[in-house]
Design a protein around this ligand. Structure first.
Ligand code: ADP
Ligand code: MG
Length: 394
């Protein structure tokens, strides 16, 4: 249960409902959708609104346009959504203005329209009140289903809620439910798998989690900084030399709180990510000229041996440079192992983590893979997300 009202708590029949979705999907160079996970994740909300006889007006951003940008129009997304719903989805060329107003006035119950990329208007990111009012004037109810954009106070995620009754969609509800359960009430033992590029991006999250977690398993670029802080030689590995003291402090705090921290015992190294020659070395003995791009096989076994007793797992950050073979192996192996466990709540957050789990083919076997990158991390840090805060309390 979440403490915000959802679309179940409000009468939507016959009403014009403005739904902020996160259709910020990856596009290839030709503008085709590479991954429609974020579109599929909003289907429960849209299908519910159709079934309940609402007039559904969808709005999203896509990419980072500076003004109108034909390569970032929402047309391919409207087409894909229409295929997924098995129903016509109208698409307009703007998100405010006379044409849009005229269209929404004539909508029938069950109709779905997708407005144009909201970031074509610079007022969106400025959370401009006039712009938010114009968006609000299109509808009678506001639904926020864009968890991935909830950490931004923009006009379509935050400002608009001042002028309309605002509730959560089903995706938003699901994200809050799973992420808050692992954040606030994890079943023990609670494991965190932490990787990714940098400690500095995630210090607050690590500190916040120290009070709740039983074991940290650390890999990826993040582990290098910890290993170096403990006196290891890391060669040319990605390492934050100005964070060594901080890494030592985090380890000390963990020890005081009786939180176990496991670092890699071996690493997969190469001169460059593209190099043909890949070696495995003990984790504190990376030779000059080499860099660690993945955890080694002994570390994979060590991590598996620990993870098998977990009841809750939260994973953020790939354990190596998963975009480049063979440095995806550590991440893939651990991902498959977590996915194979029964009786464990497995939740993952982070943009690259979600791609890595998808690449490993196990994203659907996790209890929950967040659609939010930055938003899921800020949520786990315990910060208030503006796009959630403005929704009506239960
Ligand atoms: P998320 O988006 O899930 O929060 P991050 O953005 O923190 O994750 O980290 C993902 C990035 O970290 C990936 O681009 C990956 O290649 C990189 N990375 C992980 N391990 C290493 C490493 N050992 N060396 C260099 N880059 C790494
Ligand atoms: Mg990232």
């Amino acid at each position: 249960m979440i403490n915000k009202k959802t679309i179940r708590d409000i009468d939507v029949r016959g009403k014009r409902v403005l739904v902020r979705v996160d259709f910020n999907v990856p596009l290839d160079k030709k503008g085709n959708i590479e991954d429609d996970y974020r579109i599929r994740a909003t289907l429960p909300t849209i299908e519910y609104l159709i079934k309940e006889g609402a007039k559904t007006i969808l709005i999203s951003h896509l990419g980072r346009p500076k003004g109108v940008d034909d390569s970032l129009r929402m047309n391919p997304i409207a087409k894909r959504l229409s295929e997924l719903l098995g129903k016509e989805v109208f698409k307009l060329d703007d998100c405010i203005g006379d044409g849009v107003e005229a269209f929404v006035k004539n909508m029938r119950e069950g109709d779905v329209v997708l407005l144009e990329n909201v970031r074509f208007h610079p007022e969106e990111e400025k959370n401009d009140a006039e712009f938010a009012k114009k968006l609000a004037s299109l509808a009678e109810i506001f639904v926020n289903d864009a968890f991935g954009a909830a950490h931004r106070a923009h006009a379509s995620t935050h400002g608009v809620a001042k002028y309309l009754p605002a509730v959560a969609g089903f995706l938003m509800e699901k994200e809050i439910k799973f992420l808050s359960t692992v954040r606030d009430n994890p079943q023990k033992p609670y494991f965190i798998i932490l990787g990714g590029a940098k400690i500095s991006d995630k210090i607050t999250m690590i500190e916040n989690l120290l009070d709740k977690v039983d074991i940290f398993l650390i890999g990826g670029g993040m582990a290098n900084t910890f290993l170096k802080a403990l006196g290891g030689s890391l060669g040319n590995s990605l390492c934050e030399n100005d964070k060594l003291e901080l890494a030592r402090e985090l380890l000390k705090k963990a020890e005081e709180k009786k939180v176990k921290v496991l670092l890699p015992t071996d690493l997969k190294i190469a001169e460059k990510p593209e190099a043909k020659e890949v070696k495995v070395v003990p984790s504190r003995e990376v030779p000059e000229g080499y860099a660690a791009f993945d955890i080694g096989p002994k570390t994979v076994e060590l991590f598996k041996g620990e993870i098998k007793s977990a009841k809750t797992i939260f994973w953020n950050g790939p354990l190596g440079m998963f975009e480049k073979e063979p440095f995806d192996e550590g991440t893939n192996e651990i991902a498959k192992f977590v996915a194979s466990l029964s009786d464990v709540t497995s939740v993952a957050g982070g943009g690259d983590t979600a791609s890595a789990l998808k690449k490993a083919g196990v994203d659907e076997k996790f209890t929950h893979v967040s659609t939010g990158g930055g938003a899921s991390l800020e949520f786990m840090e315990g910060r208030t997300l503006p796009g959630i805060e403005v929704l009506l309390d239960k």
